[in-house]
Design a protein around this ligand. Structure first.
Ligand SMILES: NC(=O)c1ccc[n+]([C@@H]2O[C@H](COP(=O)([O-])OP(=O)(O)OC[C@H]3O[C@@H](n4cnc5c(N)ncnc54)[C@H](O)[C@@H]3O)[C@@H](O)[C@H]2O)c1
Length: 249
């Protein structure tokens, strides 16, 4: 059934990587609630299928490390929906390995998924959107890319810092073509891992958040919806911080 025209993303099509669980799944749901039709791409196809079934989306298997496969997967979404208006580069690996223990293989894999995969996503969607003269790209960075943190690995932090630079470069390149490119930098978002944490440790973490609570996946989704909506048409090359005040700049 057609969505009512009043929704901010009615008639729009979104492509979300890593949409099978966590923030990617919440973002796919949020975009759908805002009226968009959504392609959900994940290396774990069964997870993408489960979320797609909930929201009437298109599930696709994708390994963002493989540019040719990424391109083919994106083309399938274009063939299915007619176009892609919104690209969300969300897929990532988040290891916490100490910097003394990271192997070259683990370093390369984290950079290949988090940074190179997002580069492919920006370039593949960017070409499509450049031709159409419009589009929105949102990259999931992290506070770990802005400030030192012992919670995640240095390879993860480096990939997320790189993603902020990549966001600005694509924003500059695509601005003349009506395409905006922005980054989100979340931190302190609630997750099953956080729920499973020992209460004293969780409370200590919470005490370090000026707003006094963890963020919700739905709040990250709302920020993506905003950046994809007509209201954010003049915003490009920006990093939107979503961290409860943990990092103010
Ligand atoms: N959860 C947080 O608190 C938080 C904070 C800051 C930033 N982020 C960022 O938000 C994004 C989502 O985080 P999350 O916590 O939901 O992660 P998650 O680990 O729960 O989910 C990541 C998803 O990406 C998929 N994926 C992994 N490798 C892939 C590959 N090679 N190709 C395609 N898909 C692949 C996984 O299957 C999974 O569905 C990430 O970019 C992360 O860095 C999350």
């Amino acid at each position: 059934m057609a969505k009512p025209a009043l929704l901010p993303l009615s008639g729009r099509v979104a492509f979300v990587t890593g949409a099978g669980q966590g923030l990617g799944a919440a973002i796919a749901r949020g975009l759908s609630e805002a009226g968009a039709r959504v392609a959900l791409a994940d290396i774990e196809l069964a997870n993408a299928e489960a979320v797609a079934a909930e929201i009437g989306g298109l599930a696709l298997q994708l390994d963002v490390r493989d540019e040719a496969a990424f391109s083919g997967c994106f083309d399938r979404a274009v063939a299915h929906f007619g176009a892609v208006d919104i690209m969300v580069n969300n897929a990532a690996r988040t290891p916490t390995t100490s910097l003394w223990d990271i192997t070259p293989g683990e370093w390369d894999d984290v950079l290949a998924i988090n940074l190179r995969g997002s580069f492919f996503g920006c370039r593949i969607a960017g070409r499509h959107m450049r031709e159409r003269g419009e589009g929105r790209i949102v990259n999931l960075s992290s506070m770990a890319g802005q400030q030192a943190s012992s919670a995640t690995g240095v390879h993860y932090a480096a990939s997320k810092a790189g993603l902020l630079a990549l966001t600005r470069s694509f924003a500059q390149e695509l601005a003349p073509h009506g395409v905006t490119v922005n980054a989100l930098a979340p931190a302190a978002i609630g997750s099953p891992a956080l729920e499973a944490m020992e209460p004293a440790r969780r409370q200590a973490l919470q005490a370090g958040i000026p707003l006094g609570r963890f963020g919700l996946a739905e709040e990250v989704a709302a920020a993506v919806v905003y950046l994809a909506s007509p209201a954010a048409a003049f915003i490009t090359g920006a990093t939107l911080d979503l961290n409860g005040g943990r990092f103010m700049r």
